[in-house]
Design a protein around this ligand. Structure first.
Ligand SMILES: *[C@@H]1O[C@H](CO)[C@@H](O)[C@H](O)[C@H]1NC(C)=O
Ligand SMILES: *[C@@H]1O[C@H](CO)[C@@H](O)[C@H](O)[C@H]1NC(C)=O
Ligand SMILES: [Zn+2]
Ligand SMILES: [Zn+2]
Length: 383
């Protein structure tokens, strides 16, 4: 009898342990230390979201699940109250209604959090220093501007060391307050300026170089530099008809430094030169070569548009050298209204034959000629 009671007890203990082990570690999910500052949590969340966001992994159930986990962890750790409940009682504490909103997103949509970042939300913490913006010219092909596109850009930038999270120390315990200046970073010195006269002045503490803190063991990963060069891939949305000098802003994605909010990365678009089309505003310009015969009797030909659709070019009768044909609505889409388009202008250049035989010359000389301004009546009917 006794034996089985202990057995049941042991069994339930095992169950309890299993439950605790299996419960979610929000810090691990976001890859941040338990004492992470909000700025760091936010940074890691953004980084991970870029990888797992459903927009980038359509139809991938696992990625979508992962994204929900990340968003959930972020939601809890960014909320002071929820975070403290989670720190004390774990996920269970949140489930038991400790946070008021209960478990999960508290009614919030994880995608809202995401769009809040990437759609230009407001920024808190005016007291924190802010790093400079990085301005990057972005040449976009005419095809991408015509059709719209997601383009991947690999940016090299300064990032915080992953190992010490920007503290520069091997472990948080390795950072001590400087004894020489008591953490003030400055020391007061007295100097004799005249017999019996002293002047006091402040000097930067040489023991800690004015930082007020001394690091006993530096981080082995960055040698105490706190930062390293890193690469980040960004996916940039190119909207149809995006104008030149359009600014695409990635908030707080510029160089990372300790105790600093990163500035923005600002991409400034520019239309790349295209072999066939030239863009001027919402209009497109192109040149077509036609033969002498085509110039004289007309033609039907086709050319490929920027979305690979076929443009039909048709003329009857005579086409003058340099004649420009306007094709309505085949220019660039308007950035503000994609269903409206600029126009396409096609300029015809006549390619003359390189040789002409005597017979033809004689025939042409025989009282007939091509129309010119001075001789409008001398049109050769049989040509
Ligand atoms: C960025 O993308 C390139 C190729 O597109 C890849 O080689 C590189 O590893 C990626 N970098 C990161 C940090 O994901
Ligand atoms: C966009 O242009 C189309 C065609 O001219 C028009 O019917 C539509 O109302 C416009 N949409 C907006 C949002 O202006
Ligand atoms: Zn480091
Ligand atoms: Zn000091």
């Amino acid at each position: 009898m006794r034996c089985s009671v202990i057995g049941v007890l042991l069994f339930s203990l095992t169950l309890l342990v299993t439950v605790i082990v299996a419960s979610t570690d929000y810090y691990k999910i976001l890859d941040v230390p338990r004492d992470a500052q909000k700025a760091q949590i936010k940074r890691h969340f953004k980084k991970l979201s870029r990888v797992y966001h459903p927009d980038k992994n359509s139809g991938d159930e696992a990625a979508s699940q992962k994204f929900m986990e990340i968003a959930n962890a972020y939601e809890v750790l960014m909320d002071d109250e929820k975070r403290s409940i989670y720190d004390r009682y774990g996920e269970e504490g949140l489930k038991n209604g400790g946070g008021g909103g209960g478990h999960g997103f508290g009614g919030g949509d994880p995608f809202d959090i995401f769009s809040h970042f990437f759609g230009g939300g407001h920024r808190q913490g005016h007291q924190e220093r802010r790093g400079p913006d990085i301005i990057i010219p972005l040449e976009v092909t005419l095809e991408d501007l015509y059709n719209g596109a997601e383009i991947e850009v690999d940016i090299s930038k300064q990032v915080l060391c992953d190992h010490c999270h920007g503290s520069g120390a091997r472990r948080p315990e390795d950072i001590h307050t400087c004894n020489t200046c008591d953490g003030r970073g400055v020391v007061v010195r007295r100097a004799q300026v005249a017999p019996g006269m002293f002047q006091q002045f402040q000097q930067e503490c040489t023991a800690c170089n004015g930082k007020g803190k001394i690091t006993e063991h530096v981080c082995p990963s960055c040698s105490g530099k706190k930062v390293r060069r890193g690469n980040e891939n960004y996916s940039i949305h190119i909207e149809r008809g995006m104008n030149d000098a359009h600014k695409i802003i990635l908030e707080e994605e510029a160089d990372e430094s300790p105790d600093t909010i990163p500035g923005n990365i600002v991409f400034v678009t520019r239309t790349a030169p295209h072999p066939t089309f030239e863009r001027r505003g919402d209009n497109l310009y192109t040149k077509q070569h036609i033969t002498l015969i085509e110039a004289l009797v007309g033609f039907k030909k086709t050319m490929s548009h920027l979305d690979n659709s076929i443009i039909e070019l048709e003329r009857s009768g005579i086409t003058q050298y340099g004649y420009v044909q306007t094709i309505k609505g085949l220019g660039m889409p308007h950035q503000d209204n994609h269903s409206q388009h600029g126009d396409l202008f096609v300029e015809y250049n006549v390619v003359f034959p390189t040789k002409i035989d005597e017979e033809t010359i004689e025939y042409l000389k025989k009282g007939s000629t091509f129309p010119t301004k001075n001789q409008p009546k001398l049109v050769h009917q049989e040509l």
